[in-house]
Design a protein around this ligand. Structure first.
Ligand code: ZN
Length: 461
């Protein structure tokens, strides 16, 4: 078992999100560590290469239509991250890439290390001294040979591709991790070999020794949240709920997905300047990077909601996996702000009966949108603003993303124009009488009753 660094303990950490084109199910998240530009460049290059490979391999899904909102299992690329070490000398980032291009889901791992003294990123084999990779490969082969007929040690080659994910456990053993089906049959799951501490010590480079020391000094993490955990926290509610009566006022709800990211704090300042508040559907792996920003969102009257842990398409997943994706983010938010989210939005707006059932069990109402600004990496602020303003009506839920610069640029115009038209910007529950929303119900807007709102709109935040 590897130990990971709690990202909330690192001041100045933020995350970057890369999404695909509109009809692609692509979500990539990677961390930006303070004062480590060489690491950021390397991580960006790594995930960009993944995206390019996916673009080449994945068949383009047909655009969604109202009759056929989504194919059951479209191609998908998902990149998530963990910190394997963080010390004054060295940083380790483990990227986990999940890919579906037909057939079966495929997970792969890649761990990038960063030498803070030289400002250089190194691939995992850089943990080893000159010539030691062959020795590690031989050791790993011997170990795998003992593991039965469905493991293929012959596939282990002493090259960078095979050994692209090496880390250390708390004991200081060198842990070599393999991708799905890289060296073993699929049903065996994740395959890893630990080279024991003492043996590994003789094989490490200077950076490797520093990396091992850093991994061994990771403070023990918080215990995993228990079922009782959530109940210790009240349900999330805007600190300004009750100040607007939407039966009287012309209310709309702005919603922002996929953050928090590097623009979120700018967005928040704009909202507060205009006396507006919004609902943020956040990705858990971004939440843990910026707990202080979450507290600011809470304090300024906006609401934090659940957009899954790593933005996987939840529809094809088992209830256990869906539960993990949603409850981990609930727990992370609760830990940061002391309130448990009661709203969720499914990545890509993609639902299944299982997702609905799990949401209900977790006390989460499902929030879609009825105004689609179609914002994205290539959209202009003018277009985003025009769609938001053009679509606004009483009770509307407007879908946007706080990970695109152009979206943030559109916000002042949206707020100014709609304020002039008499609109008031509230959080989603405030659209409903008594702020009441039912867990497991699907809400498309504040205009319709949940019973009428069963089919998701044809678009994909
Ligand atoms: Zn999203």
């Amino acid at each position: 078992m590897l130990a990971f660094v709690d990202p909330s303990t690192i001041a100045g950490l933020s995350t970057r999100t890369i999404t695909g084109t509109r009809d692609q199910h692509v979500h990539i998240s990677y961390p930006v560590l303070p004062n480590a530009p060489g690491l950021t460049d390397k991580l960006r290059a790594e995930v960009t290469a993944e995206l390019r490979a996916f673009d080449l391999a994945a068949p383009r899904p047909a655009p969604a239509t109202p009759d056929e909102p989504h194919t059951a299992k479209p191609p998908e690329l998902n990149v998530d991250w963990q910190l394997t070490a963080y010390s004054p000398q060295v940083i380790g980032v483990r990227l986990r890439t999940g890919r579906f291009t037909g057939g079966v889901w495929h997970d792969s791992l890649c761990t990038i290390w960063y030498d803070r003294a030289t400002g250089r990123a190194v691939d995992s084999p850089g943990l080893l001294k000159e010539g030691a990779l062959a020795a590690v490969a031989a050791r790993v082969k011997r170990e795998l040979a003992r593991d039965g007929p469905d493991v293929r040690p012959g596939r282990v080659r002493p090259d960078t591709g095979t050994f692209d994910s090496m880390d250390f456990n708390r004991r200081g053993d060198l842990v070599v991790e393999f991708d799905d089906e890289q060296v073993a049959a699929r049903y065996l799951g994740r395959v890893a070999v630990a080279v024991p501490n003492r043996e590994a010590a003789t094989l490490l480079s200077g950076v490797g020794a520093l990396a091992r020391a850093a991994a061994q000094s990771i403070p023990p993490g918080k215990p995993p949240p228990s079922a009782a955990f959530d109940r210790r926290y009240p349900q999330a509610r805007s600190s300004r709920a009750g100040t607007v009566d939407c039966a009287v006022a012309k209310c709309v709800a702005l919603t922002f997905d996929d953050g928090p990211g590097r623009y979120t704090s700018r967005l928040l300042s704009i909202l507060t300047e205009h006396g507006a508040r919004a609902t943020f559907f956040m990705v858990g792996s971004n939440v843990v990077a910026q707990p202080a920003l979450l507290r600011r969102i809470r304090d300024e009257g906006s609401l934090i909601a659940d957009h899954s842990w790593s933005h996987r398409n939840l529809a094809p997943l088992s209830s256990a996996r869906v539960g993990d994706q949603l409850s981990r983010t609930q727990d992370a938010v609760a830990e940061a702000v002391g309130q448990t989210p009661t709203l969720m939005r499914a990545p890509y707006g993609s639902l299944s009966p299982t997702v609905v059932q799990v949401a209900r069990q977790l006390g989460l109402s499902i929030v879609m949108w009825n105004v689609d600004t179609r914002d994205g990496p290539d959209e202009t602020a003018d277009d985003v603003a025009a769609r938001a303003i053009g679509g606004a009506r009483r009770g509307a839920i407007i879908g946007m993303h706080d990970v695109y610069s152009a979206t943030i640029d559109a916000i002042p115009r949206i707020l100014t124009t709609l304020t002039q038209e008499g609109y008031v910007f509230v959080t989603v529950p405030e659209l409903f009488p008594g702020d009441h929303m039912e867990p497991g119900h699907i809400y498309v807007s504040g205009e319709t009753t949940p019973a009428n709102a069963t089919s998701p709109p044809p678009s994909s935040p």
